[in-house]
Design a protein around this ligand. Structure first.
Ligand code: AMP
Length: 222
């Protein structure tokens, strides 16, 4: 591998980021930093950050930039040197993207590639309403398209499957709207910087994976 890459995975809720992030982490040895997972851990642990973030998460709106940027700053400070990084769910606003550039600059790193997964709105609604996630390893399942072998149990580690509190019809609608208005413009930011690769997420998971691998090729070659 040429150097420790910094990779972003973007896409609306339900685009398959969680599934594909697992593949990218396993294949390219990246450290996975998913802001949604970190926030849910903070809520479960009852930390100050968790208490401040909970109402935003439950409504499906964005947690304020300063809280998220502070959280990522702590991750960046503890990043092992030479470690490849996969940022998942961050940045979600232009202000977060600018803050990330500054943090990476201090570490003498750059965003190498932004994997932007696109999926039509109606497909997302269907995926999110049938989604169940493993409490232990976060693997997502879907009652229609990817059911577990045993209902309510993770195929991989036997963990309990649960439905996220923000996968309700109301919060899903808000999250998709927030994505369109606040996060989709971040793609434009990275397109201007030349690091954006658009991936069709409305195809079988293997094909999405192959498209992601192709996009990773220039980053990991050499
Ligand atoms: P996710 O698991 O990525 O869908 O994130 C779940 C929720 O966490 C989002 O709906 C937001 O409320 C919050 N969240 C996660 N990442 C961010 C971020 N980068 N900026 C603001 N809020 C975030």
């Amino acid at each position: 591998m040429a150097h420790a890459p910094t990779v972003l995975i973007m896409g609306p809720p339900g685009a398959g980021k969680g599934t594909q992030a697992g593949h990218l982490v396993a294949t390219y040895g990246l450290l996975h930093v998913a802001t949604g997972d970190l926030l849910r851990e903070a809520v479960a642990a009852g930390t100050l950050l968790g208490l401040e973030a909970k109402s935003f998460i439950d409504k499906g709106t964005l947690v304020p930039d300063d809280l998220i940027i502070g959280m990522i700053r702590e991750v960046a400070a503890e990043l092992p040197e030479g470690s490849g990084l996969l940022l998942d769910g961050f940045p979600r606003t232009r202000a977060q993207a600018i803050a990330l550039d500054k943090m990476l600059g201090v570490l003498d790193r750059d965003v190498d590639v932004v994997l932007d997964i696109r999926v039509p709105h109606e497909v997302l609604i269907k995926r999110l309403s049938g989604r169940w996630i493993c409490r232990t390893c976060q693997t997502p399942y879907n009652v229609d398209s990817r059911p577990p072998k045993v209902a309510g149990v993770c195929d991989l580690d036997g963990g309990e499957l649960y439905q996220r509190s923000d996968d309700t019809a109301e919060a899903v609608g808000t999250r998709l709207e927030v994505y369109e208005t606040q996060t989709a413009p971040v793609s434009g930011y990275y397109r201007d910087h030349g690091s954006l690769v658009t991936i069709d997420g409305d195809q079988p998971s293997d094909e999405v994976r192959a498209a992601l691998d192709a996009a990773m090729q220039p980053v990991t070659a050499g």
